[in-house]
Design a protein around this ligand. Structure first.
Ligand SMILES: C[S@@+](CC[C@H](N)C(=O)[O-])C[C@H]1O[C@@H](n2cnc3c(N)ncnc32)[C@H](O)[C@@H]1O
Length: 293
């Protein structure tokens, strides 16, 4: 491996296992239908990941793994998807970093039987996805999309483009603690760049009214007005789920909060289905997977 891709903690393995379970269920169902069905990984990485120290401390002692187990544990989302049975008709891996794309290209050698089904795209995910969603014939195609950004990279207009296909199921690692909550400063004094980031991820600016309140306090010098943050992880989650529900016919009601070793929420693993007819089944499967421990 030219480049080793380090990220995540124990929650990373958890997120990937839940994704894998959904992909198995999805491919099993779609295999019996007449659609061309694809797996799209919009923040694909290298295909590999390595354990960070935090993971060893969280009950996973590497010495306890035999060689096979530890290798399995190192698979990133792209490699996991390629091993799912039955196979997808197409695998689209989007990654904006050119060196990581070179690593991804090796997947064609490592999975020779699937090499003609693998498409590697060195591009910015939002840009590529918006264009892709418009140009594919969604009467014949279906897809599962995994959005696994580090932070606040996914734009709301991308989510809208995905929903408008009426053909894509999406798993989205929403940056609940790692991004949004950090930008929501206690005094509500948020600079323009941060406001823009929040507007882009929510696709609206009414988050401010939901997350802040004007408080009046009587003082010796008369009433004093100040803004106070009322948002917490649960209200941010509710706000975001409502945003998803405004554009997707199906949204899993039990997104999973992924926490670090200090029990701080980092991400919210969400699921939404864009096909009205398929949504009830998709949501049932996703909610079951999200609810399992
Ligand atoms: C958390 S990692 C993905 C890990 C991968 N899902 C896995 O399980 O192996 C996020 C990846 O997204 C890439 N990335 C960041 N911003 C991007 C963007 N705007 N468009 C496409 N890729 C991006 C990064 O280079 C990084 O490789």
């Amino acid at each position: 491996m030219d480049e080793i891709h380090q990220f995540g903690g124990n929650w990373t393995a958890d997120k990937l296992e839940r994704l894998r379970k959904y992909l198995v269920a999805y491919a099993t169902i779609m295999n019996k239908k007449n659609f061309i069905f694809s797996y799209i990984d919009a923040f694909a990485g290298t295909g590999y990941r390595i354990l960070k120290k935090e993971e060893y401390h969280e009950g996973f002692c590497l010495l306890d793994f035999d060689e096979k187990d530890s290798q399995e544990f190192l698979q990133g989302s792209a490699r996991i998807a390629l091993q799912v049975e039955p196979k997808f008709d197409q695998y689209i891996f989007i990654e904006k970093d050119a060196a990581r794309c070179q690593e991804l290209a090796k997947l064609k050698t490592d999975f020779p039987l699937l090499k003609n089904r693998i498409i590697i795209v060195n591009s910015e995910a939002n840009q590529y996805l918006k264009d892709f969603c418009k140009k594919v014939n969604w009467k014949k195609n279906r897809a599962v999309l995994f959005l696994d950004p580090y932070g606040m990279e996914v734009h709301w207009d991308t989510m809208k483009a995905i929903a408008e296909t009426k053909a894509i199921d999406v798993w989205y690692l929403f940056p609940l603690g790692i991004g949004v909550n950090r930008l929501l400063k206690k005094d509500g004094n948020i600079n323009e760049a941060w406001r823009n980031k929040l507007d882009k991820i929510f696709g609206a600016s009414d988050w401010y009214q939901s997350f802040y309140e004007d408080k009046e306090q009587d003082t010796l010098f008369g009433p004093l007005h100040r803004t106070e943050k009322i948002a917490d992880f649960s209200s941010i989650q509710e706000f975001f789920l409502n945003r998803l529900k405004s554009i997707f016919p199906g949204v899993a009601e039990n997104p999973l909060i992924l926490k670090n070793s200090k029990n701080n929420p980092l991400y919210l693993l969400c699921f939404a289905a864009s096909n009205e007819k398929g949504a009830p089944t998709a949501i049932k499967i996703a909610q079951d997977i999200l609810g399992r421990f």
